[in-house]
Design a protein around this ligand. Structure first.
Ligand code: PMP
Length: 404
């Protein structure tokens, strides 16, 4: 079954044929919608085209597709049972591993998706403070529930009424936002760096991170780090640990289990009691296979220094792209951590250059994205990146020829 045939069939039985951020209609025209398989840092679409993959399934695949240690742990648990009347011992082992790995974590609660975790973190903050308002950065993505989805379709204004926006990296703006709802701030929720779609990424200013911590303390509100996208790719201890800033609550998901569905909230002792008061649960939240995969993933990242491997590969990619762009006469901006990279073209407000280039990359076997950040995995070897760079170089040449 070809991609075109599957799209045709899907259009009859799935709204729009596909929905959400994985809808290939939102990317450049050559992007496939349906995929057959993945192995290491490669994916194959249903038409049999092979790609060196720099999206890593939009983040989850951090060790490479079908990593043996993770697959073995998942299979061992699956042979015992996945969805049982209660969690397996693995839930306790995984919570212990998170508490041992993440200095700000004294406890962990598990769920399935990043949105579950960000939503649950805010519930804990509200339960703890008895307050309603949440300060969040303008344009930040925290998930797809009615309170945070970027599209208002299907939501009511009430569902967003408790959010007060500030500008990322502006302490002044954060303080001003807090002042508008004085006495009623339950939480500040913030991503560890600015990674909004369609925009160059922006690392956090250390003074902003420290200021957010101090303001949360001053207000008696919870500082929530949304580490759903960056978690386990920047620092296993939490993405603000290098700045010496520890959150009260952290939302995790994506890379936690190398593609198996799981999310977590971790928090400090002070919030253990409030966390315990929530009614927050789901039919599949305690399934053991994803927990076994998560434990194996985090242990493998730790034991093999997976983040260092991603940093090497990411630096090689960034340097290669820099040299190529220059040699083809493009000014590009490469932003964000090298493990969560992105490239934009200077002056490309309508994304037409990015669309052409990413499409050409695909034709040369490299899957990356025109308007969303990319993700490195520990499976990207020096050879893989070198091969990918051959493809990106040809794509730059073709894009130059196309736009003149
Ligand atoms: N927060 C951030 C920072 C994210 O990047 C995402 C997913 N892109 C989410 C929350 C929501 O996660 P999910 O799609 O798993 O619900």
């Amino acid at each position: 079954m070809t991609d075109a045939e599957l799209r045709q069939r899907a259009s009859k039985v799935v709204p729009g044929g596909m929905y959400g951020h994985l809808n290939a209609a939102l990317f450049a025209p050559g992007f496939p919608q349906f995929f057959e398989r993945g192995e290491g840092c490669r994916q194959w679409d249903v038409d049999g085209r092979e790609y060196i993959d720099f999206m890593c399934s939009w983040g989850p695949v951090v060790l490479g597709h079908r990593h043996p240690r993770v697959e073995e742990a998942a299979a061992r648990q699956a042979a015992l049972g996945d969805c049982l009347n209660g969690p397996g011992p693995i839930m306790v082992e995984l919570a212990e591993l998170l508490v041992d790995t993440v200095p700000s974590a004294d406890w962990a609660m598990f769920s399935k998706n990043g949105t579950d975790a960000t939503t649950q973190a805010l519930m804990v903050a509200r339960a703890a403070t008895g307050r309603t308002k949440v300060l969040m950065a303008h344009g930040a993505y925290h998930g797809a529930d009615p309170w945070c989805t970027p599209s208002p379709a299907g939501t009511t204004p009430n569902e967003r009424a408790d959010l007060v926006e500030f500008t990322y990296n502006s302490l002044e703006s954060l303080q001003a936002a807090a002042a508008t709802v004085e006495g009623d701030v339950a939480a500040i929720i913030v991503t560890p760096f600015k990674h909004d779609s369609f925009e160059d990424q922006e690392l956090v200013e250390p003074a902003f991170a420290r200021g957010a911590r101090a303001l949360a303390d001053h207000l008696g509100a919870a500082l929530v780090i949304d580490d759903v996208r960056a978690g386990f790719r920047v620092d296993l201890r939490g993405s603000w640990e290098p700045y010496g800033v520890r959150p009260d609550l952290t939302a995790w998901s994506k890379a936690m289990a190398n593609g198996y569905p799981i999310a977590a909230v971790t928090g400090t002792d002070a919030l253990r009691g409030p966390a315990q008061t929530l009614y927050s649960t789901g039919s599949f939240w305690f399934s053991a296979v994803a927990m076994a995969a998560a434990k194996a993933t985090i242990e493998t990242l730790r034991d093999t220094d997976g983040i260092a491997a991603m940093e090497r590969a990411g630096a090689q990619l960034r340097e290669g792209l820099h040299a190529q762009a220059k040699s083809h006469g493009f000014t590009v901006n490469q932003t964000g951590p090298v493990t969560i990279p992105w490239l934009s073209f200077d002056g490309d407000a309508d994304l037409s250059v990015a669309m052409h280039w990413s499409d050409a990359c695909l034709r040369h076997g490299v899957y990356l994205h025109p308007w969303h950040n990319w993700f490195m995995s520990a499976a990207h070897t020096e050879d893989d990146v070198a091969r990918a760079l051959e493809g990106t170089d040809r794509a730059f040449a073709e894009t130059r020829a196309h736009i003149g």
